[in-house]
Write a protein that binds this ligand. Structure first.
Ligand code: TPP
Length: 382
């Protein structure tokens, strides 16, 4: 058993886990009230993995995550207001309402997202680590993924380059034991994921993802090796998500008994219990910390409610569109200097409507294939 950190740190760790728990619960409620659109993936049950890892980083280190990343942003120090407003798609959000739940981003906190593509963040993290190395800084990048992401091609590609180029990166698998509705033993030939990158030259360790101190100890050592020895590392934190994959998950792939069994190891309650047992805080103080978290989240919801939606005429701001490489009604034609259809959207007025219609017509030009699996169009894949 790891010994507790000093009192102030112990309280900070509990407060962060408690804030994440209360934030996620409320985010789920806001989704049910249709204040949040698109998909919503909660990390309830996984708080120890997020906070244990974040506490191991310097302010100047980078962190990247998946679409299940509200906790990471909060733990990194993005305000609950900015995260909640982003979920609401509002201008006050950390991605100015453009990203939503899956695309939180906060450069100031060196939190580089928020990625909806499973495994898509892995090579990007290698790139960030390469940049740190190339520019001669001591910064380390921690890149988180789920167990399902370890089956993506990007996993092998990224591990190989990280080892080949001695990149200062720690890849962290938050193994919640399911990729959507598929249990790990049904999706991965190797279930000890800490070993999965060994053949590519990246050594790994496994830690107890329900124990914030164990996660912290493992990630701290991995970060040290990445920083000082320029040796990329893999950390597997074994945990469990207490809620469904996303808000639209009937959870038919696991039993209520299994969930109840894991809930007995609730990482927030376990850490609070330990602090009380060792006399660091009283039970009343634990209640107070919880109440403060609820109040922080209340304020975040109020802020998000009051924040405006982004102005309609900013719709095309910040879009990066290639030239001839991307064929489509929306692509920018770089072959001649004058303004083309769609490039001057602020002055567009009615043209915007014409363009939307042209886009729709273009899309419906595709021959329909009756046999095609259209489940993604019904939004079941998120
Ligand atoms: C490249 C890609 N394929 C499929 C999906 C659909 N999808 C969304 S989440 C998910 C499961 C990923 O599971 P895991 O990596 O274990 O992360 P977790 O959701 O458990 O945190 C899948 C297959 C996607 N977003 N991206």
């Amino acid at each position: 058993m790891h010994s507790l950190p000093e009192e102030a740190t112990s309280r900070e760790v509990l407060a962060k886990m408690s804030l994440i728990r209360r934030f996620e619960e409320r985010a789920g409620e806001m989704y049910a009230q249709a204040k949040v659109g698109g998909f919503l993936h909660l990390c309830i049950g996984e708080e120890a993995t997020v906070v244990g890892a974040t506490q191991a980083l310097r302010e100047t280190d980078y962190m990247m995550s998946t679409y299940r990343e509200h906790g990471q942003a909060l733990a990194r120090g993005t305000s609950p207001e900015a995260v909640m407003a982003e979920l609401f798609g509002k201008e006050g959000g950390c991605s100015r309402g453009r990203g939503g739940s899956m695309h939180l981003f906060d450069l100031e906190k060196r939190f580089l997202g928020g990625y909806g593509i499973v495994g898509g963040n892995l090579p990007l993290a290698a790139g960030v680590a390469f940049a740190s190395d190339y520019t001669g800084t001591e910064d380390v990048t921690v890149c988180m993924m789920g167990d399902g992401a370890t089956n993506q091609g990007t996993f092998g590609e990224s591990m190989n380059l990280a080892a080949l180029w001695s990149l200062p990166v720690v890849y962290m698998v938050i193994n919640n034991q399911f990729g959507m509705g598929t249990a790990i033993h049904r999706h991965s030939a190797i279930t000890d994921l800490s070993k999965k990158a060994e053949g590519m030259g990246v050594p790994g360790v496994k830690c107890d993802g329900m124990d914030v101190l164990d996660v912290h100890a493992c990630v701290t050592e991995a970060v040290r090796k990445a920083r000082e020895e320029r040796s990329p590392q893999l950390v597997e934190a074994v945990t469990y998500r207490f809620r469904g994959h996303s808000m639209a998950d009937p959870e038919e792939y696991r039993s209520k008994e299994e969930v109840a069994e894991w809930r007995k190891r609730d990482p927030v309650l376990a850490f609070a219990g330990r602090l009380v047992e060792e006399g660091v805080v009283t039970e009343d103080e634990v209640t107070k910390i919880d109440e403060e978290s609820i109040a922080r989240v209340d304020a975040a919801v109020e802020f998000a409610d009051e924040s405006p939606f982004p102005p309609l005429d900013s719709l095309y701001d910040d879009l990066y569109v290639m030239g001839g490489q991307v064929q489509g009604w929306y692509s920018v034609d770089e072959r001649s200097p004058e303004t083309h259809r769609g490039e001057d959207e602020r002055e567009a007025g009615k043209v915007a409507q014409d363009l939307a219609e042209a886009g729709a017509a273009h899309a419906s030009d595709e021959p329909a294939d009756e046999e095609q699996d259209l489940s993604y169009r019904r939004g079941e894949d998120g």
